[in-house]
Design a protein around this ligand. Structure first.
Ligand SMILES: [Zn+2]
Length: 436
């Protein structure tokens, strides 16, 4: 059931739609009862109990790893050092780990059935450029640093889960891969998750993504998005002597004004953002190039396609306007292009999936209620291919994501860790006895 279909353009219906989307996940329908019962019994298993009980006495270890990982810079496309540290920590738990050719770190816990795989993943990268001060400032349960929550908390939870299952000598039915993946943020374009899905596609049964803090939501719907760059080039020249020649910045501004006046529907919700604009070399030069980066998102792929076309038309029109008003066209003309920097496909988890049943059972165990969300995460890739996936927070609380004021509070993080572990084991299954 998609939010889109629920949302009719009347005030009353719109209200109903909001309420339904914000509604906590209810217990499963009767037809899902056997699956639900199966995952609900997990905590009765002594080894599962032991893994669940590992968290509380080891919370300060988890917090310390989070601070340590966060202080290793991981700008886009530069995650190697952080991946190496995570590899070492996974190896310490006794899990064989390797770094794949994309840069993902993968720790493997073999199941009884090695032909089926479930993945638990946390992205390693941050949005912060090299040189950002990532020193963690701690005050009681609170930690502050860029990237501490997104995704220091997810990576710390990944390590904690690995540690807990190893401590408990837990053997899953399906093989579990503990993955620290690269390229989730910005122009990384989910390349790490794309590679994981590509490599394990035929065996892959489910993916649980840990991203940021909290226990309040579960992302089961992938928000489709595209990132585009418009580039306008021209001959360039001197501000005084070449006055009147076509100016790429003028053209970009003209095109941008047209674009930001584009009408987008409230339902299906569709958004755009001009996030970066650059060009020119000095104030007294006619620039030879200008570029802008735009992020567009929608609940509907059709709306995305429409908006992408609108951007191309607006940039073309901006160039045309500038050429038409140029006093001197003898020194050359403007060229333009709009390129796709990245695309995140949409998709949705089936409401009767084992993964959702596992999450519901986990929520019940920790006394939590999850709000279903649509968002753009690593889960987009598996969901767009029909592979079961969710993205959840790693517990605790946090704020200021993608800002220098980012913070994380570990109070209550055990609930998030238990919820993630039970969800994971709900889809991997647990073997009765670990073979020694
Ligand atoms: Zn994130």
């Amino acid at each position: 059931m998609s939010g889109k279909r629920l949302c009719k353009p009347t005030v009353k219906r719109a209200l109903v739609c909001v309420i339904l989307l914000a509604m906590p996940v209810r217990s499963a329908a009767p037809s899902h009862a056997p699956r639900q019962a199966q995952v609900s019994r997990l905590p009765d298993n002594a080894r599962v109990r032991a893994a669940l009980d590992w968290f509380t006495p080891n919370i300060s270890w988890v917090n310390d790893q989070q601070a340590r990982i966060t202080e290793i810079p991981a700008p886009p496309f530069q995650e190697a050092q952080r991946a190496a540290a995570v590899k070492e920590l996974l190896a310490e738990t006794g899990l064989p780990a390797h770094i794949d050719k994309t840069g993902n770190i993968i720790g493997e816990l073999r199941g009884l059935n090695e032909k089926e795989i479930v993945v638990i993943a946390a992205h390693l990268d941050t949005v912060f450029p090299p040189g950002t001060d990532v020193k963690v400032h701690r005050d009681g349960s609170r930690m502050a640093a860029p990237g501490i929550s997104d995704n220091g908390s997810g990576v710390a939870a990944l390590l904690a889960l690995a540690r807990a299952v190893q401590f408990a000598h837990l053997k899953p039915q399906r093989t579990i891969l503990f993955v620290g993946d690269v390229g989730e943020e910005g122009e990384g374009n989910l390349r790490g998750m794309r590679a994981i899905v590509d490599t394990y596609r035929v065996k892959l049964k489910a993916i649980v993504v840990l991203d940021g803090s909290g226990t309040d939501h579960v992302t089961t719907k992938a928000l489709a998005s595209r990132r585009l760059e418009a580039l306008i080039t021209g001959p360039g020249g001197h501000s005084w002597s070449d006055f009147g020649m076509p100016n790429p910045i003028n053209a970009l501004v003209r095109g941008s004004v047209r674009f930001i006046n584009t009408k987008v529907p409230a339902s299906p919700r569709t958004t755009f953002n001009i996030g970066q604009i650059e060009g020119g070399t000095s104030v007294n030069s006619v620039p030879y190039e200008a570029r802008l980066k735009v992020d567009i998102r929608s609940e509907s792929e059709d709306e995305l396609t429409r908006l992408e076309s609108a951007l191309r038309e607006c940039i073309a029109a901006g160039v045309r306007d500038e050429m038409d008003s140029a006093r001197d066209r003898s020194k050359g003309k403007l060229e333009w292009k709009v390129e796709l920097l990245g695309s995140r496909p949409g998709g949705e988890l089936a409401s009767d999936s084992l993964l959702l049943a596992a999450l519901r059972a986990a929520d019940e165990f920790v006394g939590n209620q999850s709000r279903i969300e649509r968002s753009s995460t690593d889960a987009n890739i598996p969901l767009s291919l029909g592979i079961d996936a969710i993205s959840i927070g790693a517990g605790g609380s946090g704020g200021g994501a993608h800002s220098l004021q980012e913070w994380y509070d570990s109070a209550g993080r055990e609930a998030g860790l238990k919820r993630a572990l039970l969800t994971l084991l709900g889809v991997s299954g647990v073997a009765e006895e670990k073979s020694r």
